[in-house]
Design a binder for this molecule. Structure first.
Ligand code: COS
Length: 379
């Protein structure tokens, strides 16, 4: 078994690393402090082809494959997790929805614009009463001739106020449970679409999370994604891929924590020695490095399976479970190594600590990942 990346993937990884270090890292602290949208950073990602990673070249995408996408996301998130969330959602939840479930006509209509970033994509599943229990959503779609009319409120939607195209999941059969949900491609310019309250969040402050109000949004029948009443399976299938994106994000944050800690441990002196000369700190660094690698290996395994067209749902959940827990652990230890300084905004570990927290919550909590994994063994 060979653990080396191909030369092509190594070159991609280096290019993404250089880009993220040069263009994203210098802007990350300000976006966080001001809670300002990372729009400029997303544009820069578009210029690198990172908004078309899931899209075939025939539609103008960069088609980097699942492994390439994961490697790029790790580097972006190491520099700026707010940009990382946006790029992950756009690629894995919106563009992929069309690549995997769209008709030829839908692909032609939207993919070229998603690939260049002319259109930014979002994904709207959660509601006030349906988070982990996503199949109980109540936002409704009513048929009207060839069209559908959408009414309801979505919650916790990443960049729902900046997106141009949103995959919206709505109820088409009232008593149908998870079998009565349909996926719709909704353009945010259409009448009745409104981004509401913006959440005040602990982390990822450059990535707005908003409520969406859908007030009689008229969606043409041509914008139904997949089959009517079969949208829940699309939602879950997309989340399997999205979870590799969040695992990649967590790996990136954990690596940033490790790098910052190694640097600080080499510079800071106490009792006439650098921190790195103390066994207690060496132990932390060793544990952090091992957790980074364990998360990275699980994430790349899930991405490799996906890229090979093999089943990867369980492995994606394992990767997200491990990587998100490890990122939080590494962030806690990174703050600890920095001591009082780590508790201030003078050092980036304070931001990493806050950004890491949500990786155990969104796109399926730690508890949901365990449920998904356990079911594959126990059923
Ligand atoms: N891919 C495709 N289809 C899937 C699937 C997957 N990964 N997992 C389940 N399905 C199918 C099932 O086979 C079932 O199909 P049938 O109706 O033909 O039987 C259907 O989807 C419903 O599955 P199930 O009955 O298992 O659904 P549950 O309501 O029990 O929900 C969990 C399962 C909890 C796993 C799901 O609701 C979940 O992942 N919740 C978390 C949601 C989430 O991540 N929210 C965050 C949103 S983005 S921030």
């Amino acid at each position: 078994m060979n653990f080396d990346l191909t030369e092509e993937l190594q070159m991609l990884q280096e290019a993404a690393r250089d880009f993220a270090r040069g263009q994203l890292a210098p802007r990350a602290a300000q976006a966080d402090a001001e809670e300002s949208w990372v729009g400029e950073q997303v544009k820069l990602c578009a210029e690198m082809g990172f908004l078309g990673m899931a899209i075939p070249e025939a539609y103008g995408g960069s088609d980097l494959g699942a492994l390439g996408t994961s490697l790029v996301l790790m580097e972006i998130n190491k520099a700026c997790a707010s940009t990382g969330t946006t790029v992950s959602v756009h690629n894995s939840l919106t563009s992929e929805s069309l690549v995997r479930f769209g008709t030829d006509e839908q692909k032609q209509r939207y993919l070229p614009r998603l690939a260049t970033g002319e259109m930014l994509g979002a994904y709207a599943l959660s509601e006030a009463g349906s988070g982990s229990d996503a199949g109980s959503l109540v936002c409704k779609a009513t048929r009207d001739g060839d069209d559908w009319v959408l009414d309801g409120t979505k919650l916790w939607i990443s960049h729902g106020d900046q997106a141009d195209l949103v995959v919206v999941f709505a109820r088409t059969t009232p008593d149908g449970g998870s079998r009565g949900i349909t996926a719709f491609l909704v353009e945010t310019a259409w009448d009745g679409y409104k981004a509401g309250k913006k959440e005040r969040k602990m982390g990822l402050r450059g990535s707005p999370t908003v409520e969406l109000q859908l007030d009689h949004v008229r969606v043409p029948g041509a914008n139904v994604l997949g089959e009517v009443d079969q949208g829940f399976k699309i939602a879950l299938a997309l989340l399997d891929g999205g979870r590799i994106g969040i695992a990649s994000q967590a790996v990136g944050i954990a690596e940033a924590c490790l790098e910052a800690s190694v640097k600080y441990a080499g510079e800071r002196e106490q009792f006439g020695k650098t921190l790195g000369e103390f066994g207690a700190i060496q132990e932390k660094i060793a544990d952090m490095a091992t957790r980074v690698d364990s998360a990275r290996l699980l994430t790349l395994r899930a991405a490799a399976l996906k890229g090979q067209g093999r089943p990867y749902g369980r492995e994606a959940s394992m990767a997200k479970l491990e990587a998100s827990r490890n990122a939080n652990w590494c962030a806690k230890e990174a703050v600890q190594i920095h001591g009082g300084a780590g508790y201030t905004r003078e050092f980036p570990v304070e931001r990493y600590f806050r950004d890491a927290r949500v990786t155990e919550i969104y796109e399926g909590t730690t508890e949901i990942q365990k449920l998904v994994i356990a079911r594959t063994y126990l059923r």
